[in-house]
Structure formats: C-alpha cells, structure tokens
Design a protein around this ligand. Sequence first.
Ligand SMILES: *Cc1c(COP(=O)(O)O)cnc(C)c1O
Length: 383
Amino acid sequence: MTSGDFLPLCVPSLGDAERDLLLACIDDNFVSSAGPNVGRFEADFASYVGVPHAVATTTGTAALHLAMCGLDIGPGDLVAVSDFTFIASANAVSYVGADVLLVDSESRSWNMDTQLLHDHVVDLARRGERLPKAIEVVHVLGNPADAEPLLDLRDRFDIALIEDAAEALGARFGPGRLADRSVGSVGNLGAFSFNGNKIMTTGGGGMVTTHDQQLADRIRHLTTQAKESGDTYSHDEVGFNYRMTNVAAALGLAQLGRLDDLIERKRRIAAIYDAVLEPELAGRPPASEFGDPTYWLYTITVAPHLRDVLLSDLRAADIGARAVWPPLRSQPPYRNAPCLGGGVGQAVFDSAVSVPSSVDLQDHEVERVAQTVNRILTDAIGS
Ligand SMILES: *Cc1c(COP(=O)(O)O)cnc(C)c1O
C-alpha cells in the first residue's frame, strides 16, 4: 500500500477497474471535460443516491460553492452551518459574501444540534428577526445528522436545506420518515467530495445532487463559465471553471462500481476496532440514532490529557492518526461569527483521535493498531 510499514490514516483503494477506465481515456484521447464519462458518472451517481439529477464538479468545495450560487445566496443572507466540520463547509458561504451562523453539535452523533437551531429559528420568527436563508448541515465522519427538525423549518419558513455529505456517501437515514433515504437526497441540494481521502475518489472531484431539474441545469451551466450552447463565446452570467474531467469521471465510475464493497469494508474495520479496543480506555465513535454510519474515519475518544500523547506515540509506532477539526468558531476566519450553543464540538475536538481507516488495510493491521492504542493508553495512565 505504501513504502515501509507506515499505516496512513486513509488512502484510496485503486485496482484493475480504475486502471482500465483510465487507460481508455488515453486511448480515446478524451482527457478534458469532453468524452462520455462525466455524463455516465452523473447518471449512475444520481441513481445510487436516489435523486433524479447530479452535477459533477472539480472538488467538493466547488460543489458547495455552486449550491450557494444555485440558491442565489449572497451578501446580506445568513446561512446556518455546522460548527464542528472541515472548514470548506463554511468557506462556501463566505465565497458568496453571505454570513454564517455556527451551530454547535449534539453529543449523540457529533453533528449539528438541529433541534437547538430549530428552536432558535422559531424564536427569531416570533420576534420578526432575520431568518437564515439556508441551512447547511454536515454529516460528519460518515454519520447522518438529525434532519427532521430542518425539514420542519423548510416546510414552515421556506428555509432551503443543503446537505454537506462530503464524508458520508452511502450512509442512510433511519428510522422515522426519512428511513432508508441516502444522505444527500433529502435537502434541496446535496454536495459530495471525491478527494483522495474520501470513501471513494476521483483524485479530486465533487458532485451536487438534487430533485430539482431547474436547479441542476443552472448549476451545470455555472460549472462551464455559464457558456451558452453552440460554438460562440456567449455567456449569460458569471460562471466558473468547475466541470469535472473525463479522466476524473473514469476513476469515479470505477470507484462507484465498487462503492458497496468499500462501505462494507469500512464497517468491517469499525467492527474490528470495536472488538479489540479496551472500552475503558477508548470511547467508541458515535453510531447515531439518525441513520446507518459508514465509519469513513473511525474516530475514538480518550481523556483529553491523553490525546496528544496518543497521537505522538502512534506516530512513533508508524501509525497515521489525527485529531479532528477544532470548532470553526475557534479559527481566525470565523472567530467573529455568531454562534449557537457551545462546548460539545470543543469537547469532541479535545478528546477525539481518528485512526487508520483505509479500506485496503488487512484485518491483522487493524488489530495491530487497536492493540497499540490499548498499550499506549495503558502505559500513559500507569505512568
Ligand atoms: C472534504 C470535505 C469538503 C471539501 O471537499 P474537497 O473535495 O476536498 O473540496 C467539504 N466538506 C466536508 C465536510 C469535507 O469533509
């Protein structure tokens, strides 16, 4: 997988299917956005997620940016965003000049506390204050968020819902009225990432999903500099160069064909960690009651004073592990953003460590990581 015995945190699984489709791009001379793969990948992806439309993009960040543009979000608008997430989620809101409202997590799934946001919005409405124009909920680490309160806000106040499903492709909501729906199929728009560390990769890439044909057409138009059809350089608005290439889509088609196996392997790796890690030493990742997680990155919690010891001792043992994201409210670009709640995302950050989760890891390698974690934590507590 890599040189030496180092176990990286999360690297792609590439094989014959990927090689064959990539070589075909060279044989056919289709390496830019022209060629058959992008359209095929969009169609197959849409059907996998259970939506009629999908638009392929250069990155997941571009997909989120386009989601904001598609909903005409701009200066003066407010978008509620998960506080505990990778910074790209909020940056997309900043790109269009809108304001973010950062919403803390709840501890059952580490995702946005959507009930807290719900009650806040109802209160704002009662007082006649500015409501968010959209809510961007992130399904972190492969775990679905509680979307029901957000659907109620959409019904009552017409607040659009964007799902940042970059980390959760293949996860499904459950039980309740969303049971068995895929993440990214419930919001007005869903956004996915195919960066190298995500559950499937196109090298770099992303996807927007939607039930709304007009929105899909507009967003696809924006990926190609808003160029009108035909051979002239005619453009009807300010667009972007965000279209996926035929090469990236070749990888996407191959990976999508294997996605169910990739997810099954992530769940098997999680089951091994669950079985071998000492529960008194390492807390299990949340398996949210809002759906069926994929365990994109298996993430444990330890006593906060042991987190950095664990990280550095794992590194010394050639095991790639990583802390999670500090809440966005603690990072310079969002230090002055309005916030709801507080403390939960920070507590997760203070105690969480993601451990190797690549699908090509052998069972014995996962066991070795878990045993090493047990040993490091036992020694650290004993000393
Ligand atoms: C990875 C990620 C993104 C951005 O995707 P890129 O393809 O890297 O641009 C956005 N949101 C979340 C939650 C992510 O994890």
